[in-house]
Design a protein around this ligand. Structure first.
Ligand code: SF4
Length: 460
C-alpha cells in the first residue's frame, strides 16, 4: 500500500495516471525549470511568514524529526504536552499523511490553518483543506475549524511587514465538511489503481494544463496520442500559410513615429512579500531599463550602431530601485519623440504604478505615456509575418526571423523570467565577483532587447 499525502491525493484526483507515474516512474518527471523552482521557494517563504500570525509555535517536522513517523509521533507528543501552536503538524496512519501548516489551540479547541502563496482561493485549495481535515480528524484530533490563509494583494508595505495585513484568513469548514463523505471512496479507488500494476490509460487533454501544468507532460506527449491541449500562450496567433508583407500598413506605422526615437525596455521583479515601502505583494517592481536613442532620420539612415546613443539603469538591492530608476529615465527620455516599446501594456502599467506610488513624478510620467508606441502591433496585426516567426509575435520570435546577426542564444540570461530571478538573487549574494558577473549579464540582456527593436524597425 502506498501512503497518500495531500499532494498525492490532489494529483490523483486530477489525473490517476499522474499519480501512478509519480510513484512508479518518477524519473520521467519533466525537468523543473528555474521559474517553477522559484514558485516552490516562494511557497516556502510565504509559509514561514504566515507562522508569524501565530508566534511561539514549535515546528514538528524539521531538524531531527525529518522522518515522517517521527514527525507524527512528535506532533502527538507536543499536543499531549500542552503545546498550543504547532507548525507543520504531521498526521497519518500509513495509508494517508498530511502536514498542517499551522495548528492552534484556542479556548480549548483546535483550529487548523493551511497557507497558500496565491492571492485568492482556488477550488483545488478547498480540496487540499478537505483532505487535511479528513486525515487530522481520522487521527483522533477534533478540529473546531479549518481556514485557508492566502496573500492579500491589496496590502501596501509601510515600514516593517504587518503580517495581519499581509494575509487574509478565510474559514472553509462549511465548504469542506460536505466533501468528507466522498474522501474514503476516492482513497480506495486511488489505492486500487496503484495496486493494479499497470499505468492507467488516460488521454491527454484539458487536465494536463489546468488549473496548472502537470509535471509529466513531456513523457505523455512522447508516449501517447492526445486530445489537443488548448494553447495558453498569450502572444500566439494562427499560423498564416506563408510570408506576409503589407508595406502600406508598415509605412503608415513608420510615418507616425516622431524623432528622436527612444527604444525602451524594463525588467521587473515581483516578490510575494513586498521588499520595499509603497509596494504590494507580487507587484512588478522595475529595477532596470535600457534605452537606445536615434536622434534624427540621418542617424537612422546611416545604420551605424556606434552613433546610436545608449543609456541604462540597473538598481541595487540595498534600496528601492524605483525612485532612482524613474529619475534616470526621465532625465534621458527627453520631452518629445516617440518612445518605442514591445507590448506597451507592460511598460505603461509599470509607469502608471510608479506614478501612483510616487505621486511627485505623476505629471512627468503622464506626459511620457502619451509618447509610447508599440512596435509589436504591426506583427500582431500580421502586417509583416514570416514562417520563421512560428505563429508568435513575441520579440524573441520576431528577432531571428528578421535580423540574423543578433541573437539571445549566446547570453547567460535569455528571457525576462531569468532576469528577474538573477536580480532577486543579488539580495542574498555577498560575493563581489558573482555580483559583478550577474550585473553584467543583466545589462547585456536588457540592452539586447532595445537594440533588437532598433534593428527590427529598420526592417519595416
Ligand atoms: S500529462 Fe496529462 S495525461 Fe499525462 S499524467 Fe499529466 S495530466 Fe495525466
Amino acid at each position: 500500500m502506498k501512503t497518500i499525502s495531500k499532494s498525492s491525493f490532489i494529483r490523483g484526483t486530477k489525473c490517476p495516471k499522474s499519480l501512478w507515474l509519480h510513484f512508479f516512474q518518477p524519473e520521467e518527471r519533466d525537468e523543473i525549470s528555474e521559474g517553477q523552482q522559484n514558485i516552490f521557494d516562494t511557497g516556502h517563504d510565504v509559509g514561514t511568514w504566515a507562522q508569524k500570525l501565530f508566534p511561539g509555535g514549535i515546528d514538528a517536522s524539521r531538524g531531527e524529526h525529518e522522518k515522517v513517523s517521527e514527525a507524527i509521533e512528535y506532533t502527538q507528543e507536543l499536543i499531549k504536552n500542552g503545546q498550543t501552536v504547532i507548525y507543520e503538524a504531521a498526521f497519518g496512519d500509513g495509508e494517508t499523511l498530511c502536514y498542517m501548516d499551522i495548528l492552534v489551540k484556542e479556548n480549548g479547541e483546535w483550529r487548523a490553518y493551511e497557507v497558500k502563496a496565491s492571492t485568492g482561493i482556488k477550488d483545488y485549495h478547498k480540496m487540499d483543506a478537505a483532505f487535511q481535515y479528513y486525515v487530522i480528524t481520522q487521527s483522533g484530533l477534533a478540529l473546531a475549524d479549518i481556514f485557508l490563509v492566502h496573500i492579500n494583494n491589496q496590502y501596501v508595505r509601510h515600514g516593517e511587514i504587518d503580517v495581519q495585513q499581509l494575509f487574509t484568513i478565510v474559514p472553509v469548514t462549511d465548504t469542506i465538511l460536505p466533501m468528507q463523505d466522498s474522501i474514503p471512496d476516492q482513497l480506495i479507488s486511488l489505492q486500487e489503481m496503484l495496486d493494479a500494476g499497470i499505468v492507467p490509460n488516460i488521454e491527454m487533454g484539458y487536465r494536463c494544463t489546468h488549473p496548472y501544468n502537470c509535471d509529466f507532460i513531456d513523457f505523455c506527449t512522447t508516449h501517447h496520442t492526445f486530445d489537443p491541449i488548448p494553447d495558453t500562450h498569450t502572444s500566439s496567433i494562427e499560423h498564416p500559410a506563408s510570408s506576409i508583407r503589407n508595406q502600406d500598413e508598415l509605412n503608415k506605422f513608420k510615418d507616425e513615429l516622431n524623432y528622436p526615437l527612444y527604444f525602451m525596455d524594463f525588467e521587473t521583479i515581483f516578490p510575494a512579500i513586498p521588499l520595499h515601502d509603497e509596494s504590494r505583494p507580487y507587484q512588478q517592481i522595475p529595477f532596470q531599463y535600457s534605452l537606445h536613442i536615434i536622434k534624427n532620420s540621418e542617424v537612422a539612415k546611416r545604420r551605424n550602431s556606434e552613433i546610436i546613443q545608449h543609456h541604462y539603469f540597473l538598481g541595487s538591492p540595498s534600496a528601492d530601485p524605483r525612485p532612482a530608476f524613474i529619475e534616470s529615465l526621465l532625465r534621458h527620455v527627453g520631452s518629445s519623440g516617440s518612445i518605442i516599446v514591445w507590448n506597451k501594456t507592460f511598460e505603461m502599467s509599470r509607469l502608471r504604478e510608479i506614478a501612483r506610488d510616487f505621486p511627485v513624478y505623476q505629471d512627468r510620467i503622464e506626459e511620457l505615456l502619451e509618447r509610447v508606441v508599440d512596435l509589436m502591433v504591426p506583427f500582431r496585426k500580421k502586417h509583416l509575418y514570416t514562417a520563421e516567426m512560428n505563429g508568435s509575435y513575441s520579440l524573441k520570435a520576431v528577432l531571428p526571423a528578421l535580423v540574423s546577426d543578433l541573437s539571445y542564444s549566446d547570453l547567460e540570461i535569455q528571457e525576462g523570467g531569468s532576469a528577474s530571478l538573477t536580480y532577486e538573487s543579488l539580495y542574498f549574494d555577498n560575493d563581489p565577483e558573482s555580483v559583478a558577473k550577474k550585473r553584467e549579464d543583466l545589462l547585456k540582456y536588457c540592452e539586447l532587447d532595445t537594440l533588437s527593436m532598433v534593428r527590427i524597425l529598420e526592417r519595416l
